[in-house]
Design a protein around this ligand. Structure first.
Ligand code: RAM
Length: 345
């Protein structure tokens, strides 16, 4: 009975968060009772990470398991290694990690695996040897093409643009940046756009603010900044809007943080941006961890599993020789829908 009620609550939350009405009345949930599932996000104080954690916790608890939420003090590999070591000592059943560095966590995660802990990554992957699978928010090239098209459109097809990223070692950020560059190089249409710099704000508000200011000082002809990080875009939006700058912004942002900056007119710094539902990303990471711990999947390409109210997901090959599970496509936020989505996440 408790299960039934919880699953009804989950369905209601999904309907609210995705605006989708076609959920099954009641989805059957996997059993996670007696097991402990850890989530390690990139760093403390990042609202995007907090939403991932809430989705993860909700699913683990609804399935009867125990969720452990760990936020490293800083967005560094060292901080994550200490967290992983403490989770190994605690004897958790699984670790789901959004990595600050693709390769530097390998020794710690291999040690976890040797202890029988099921390791997967989400949001930002670790290398293929350090994980069973990776819960990816959206296809990498899809994000690259989407953001590049936005830069082209907002710049009017020509001029200087810059990227404001998070940390320089984050696999997700670097993959998206490479995908943007590849898109730009593959099509003549982008020939009049000049990428002048990739700056790093380390997913810290103050550093991202300073980096935005530095870009404005260095490049007086800059037309567009693309920030594929929720912390970076939020910081840049405020700098540009407060200064009434003619430089425009796009990227990946949390609607709740970007509400006051999104709009078509000169008074707003960001005409439009993209993201996916971070609560759903956390939910899918949780269902993946449960399926791994229960032995329903091993993380191999071709396997599929039930993710409760989210439906069936398939594991596919990823371009680094490992596997991944893709949540969905990036979603566009503009003046027409920002108010509504700001209420959701
Ligand atoms: C930031 C983080 C995260 C990324 C989002 C879009 O919060 O860098 O990893 O996925 O932005």
């Amino acid at each position: 009975m408790k299960r039934k009620m919880l699953s009804a609550v989950l369905c209601a939350a999904m309907v609210l968060s995705m605006g989708v009405s076609a959920f099954a009345e009641e989805a059957s949930l996997p059993d996670a009772s007696g097991k402990t599932f850890a989530i390690v996000t990139k760093s403390a104080g990042n609202p995007f990470n907090e939403r991932e954690e809430s989705g993860f916790q909700e699913v683990i608890e609804a399935c009867g398991g125990t969720a452990i939420i760990k936020q490293p003090e800083a967005a560094t590999a060292d901080a994550q290694v200490s967290v992983i070591q403490s989770l190994i000592s605690q004897g958790v059943d699984s670790i789901s990690i959004a990595a600050n560095d693709e390769n530097a966590l390998q020794a710690a995660l291999e040690e976890a695996t040797d202890e029988g802990i099921k390791v997967s990554s989400f949001d930002s992957k670790v290398n293929a040897d350090s994980r069973l699978t990776f819960v990816n928010q959206a296809g990498v090239s899809e994000i690259g093409v989407t953001l590049m098209e936005a830069v082209y459109d907002i710049a009017g097809g020509e001029g200087q643009w810059a990227i404001l990223s998070a940390t320089s070692q984050a696999a997700n950020q670097n993959a998206w940046i490479e995908a943007m560059k590849a898109t730009m190089e593959a099509d003549e249409k982008y020939a009049n756009l000049e990428l002048v710099e990739v700056a790093y704000g380390d997913d810290e508000l103050q550093k991202s603010t300073d980096q935005t200011q530095a870009l404005l000082d260095k490049y007086p002809d800059l037309k567009v900044i693309c920030a594929p990080t929720t912390v970076g875009i939020n910081a840049a939006a405020k700098v540009l809007q407060d200064k009434n700058s003619s430089v425009k912004l796009t990227g990946l942002g949390l609607p709740s943080e970007m509400k006051e900056y999104i709009g078509d007119d000169d008074a707003h710094s960001c005409p439009y941006m993209y993201l996916w539902n971070p609560i759903d990303l956390g939910r899918l990471a949780a269902y993946t961890a449960i399926a791994l711990v229960n032995g329903d999947i091993t993380g191999a390409a071709g396997e599929s599993f039930e993710a409760g109210e989210m439906g069936t997901f398939e594991i596919v090959e990823s371009d680094d020789g490992g596997t991944e599970i893709i949540l969905g496509a990036p979603f566009k936020f503009d003046a027409s829908n920002i108010e509504e989505w700001a209420e959701v996440y």
